[in-house]
Design a protein around this ligand. Structure first.
Ligand SMILES: NC(=O)c1ccc[n+]([C@@H]2O[C@H](COP(=O)([O-])OP(=O)(O)OC[C@H]3O[C@@H](n4cnc5c(N)ncnc54)[C@H](O)[C@@H]3O)[C@@H](O)[C@H]2O)c1
Length: 252
């Protein structure tokens, strides 16, 4: 039985830590209830405690975004619990440091399945309900590497770049298909300090800082605030857009 509430609801994939967790906090502060999809059970539990203290109802969705049927099941669970989805943040992602020469077919397929097909799976799971309600916002987390590529010092290489570039195509394609009531935008983070990146950033600190005009690496909150903007700006005349949030590292 769905909880009947006037509060808006956001689904965030990869919401247990890093950028996704910061986005959950930013949206909880703006009055959202949340459904967090992640495979890190301990981090999910601690996110529920943190968000509960901010007044948010939180539904935990343990599992992988690469499991298509599991994601459809999670979509139904969200509708049963909350009866609505206002915002979908496709944030879950995995790094892929292997080069073309090193990578196996299985590793390539997994990289695409998690980073790109997971976005498709979640759009399939919630967009029909958004279209029916004539209301919804989808926010996809890509990467500046989708445009710039990734060199030998990057956390991830070409397979990750391929998936992240695919997210920009998915964003642009769906923005036309789901208009006028559902908007679809993407954010491309630059160098953001999270569990994924902090060790590498420490190794390359001076070189990295010299390449960022705003003089610091990003924090998860830098991305979370832009997610919150896209989730809540009213009136909203933005769709099919890609926003780089990178301290000016890549101006294009
Ligand atoms: N940190 C950066 O510098 C940076 C730069 C560009 C893009 N990004 C993107 O931002 C997003 C968030 O990254 P982050 O830096 O916060 O990383 P993170 O590793 O701290 O968080 C990623 C979250 O996604 C979850 N996740 C990974 N694979 C999953 C799967 N198959 N199913 C469900 N959940 C899964 C993880 O468990 C984790 O909670 C990713 O898509 C990443 O590619 C990050």
């Amino acid at each position: 039985m769905a909880v009947t509430s006037d509060k808006p609801v956001a689904v965030i994939t990869g919401g247990a830590r890093g950028i996704g967790r910061a986005a959950a906090v930013a949206l909880a502060r703006r009055g959202f209830d949340l459904a967090l999809a992640d495979r890190l059970l301990d981090d999910l539990a601690s996110a529920v405690a943190e968000l509960g203290a901010l007044g948010a109802e939180v539904l935990q969705l343990p599992g992988s975004v690469a499991d298509y049927e599991g994601v459809q099941e999670h979509g139904r669970a969200v509708m049963e619990r909350f009866g609505r989805v206002d915002v979908l943040v496709n944030n879950a992602g995995m790094p892929q440091p292997k080069t073309l020469v090193e990578i196996t077919e299985r590793e390539y397929d997994e990289t695409i399945a998690v980073n790109l097909k997971g976005c498709f799976a979640w759009c399939k799971a919630v967009a029909p309900a958004m279209l029916e309600r004539k209301r919804g916002r989808i926010i996809n987390i890509s990467s500046v590497s989708a445009t710039m590529g990734a060199g030998p010092n990057a956390v991830s290489r070409f397979a990750y770049v391929t998936a992240k570039a695919g997210i920009l195509g998915l964003t642009r394609g769906l923005s036309k298909e789901l208009a006028p009531h559902v908007t679809v935008n993407a954010i491309c983070p630059g160098a953001i300090r999270t569990t994924l990146t902090s060790a590498l950033f420490e190794q390359r600190r001076e070189q990295l800082l010299a390449s960022i005009p705003l003089g610091r690496v990003g924090e998860p909150e830098d991305i979370a605030e832009v997610i919150a903007f896209l989730a809540t700006v009213t009136p909203n005349f933005i769709t099919g857009e890609v926003i780089d949030v990178d301290g000016g590292q890549y101006v294009n």
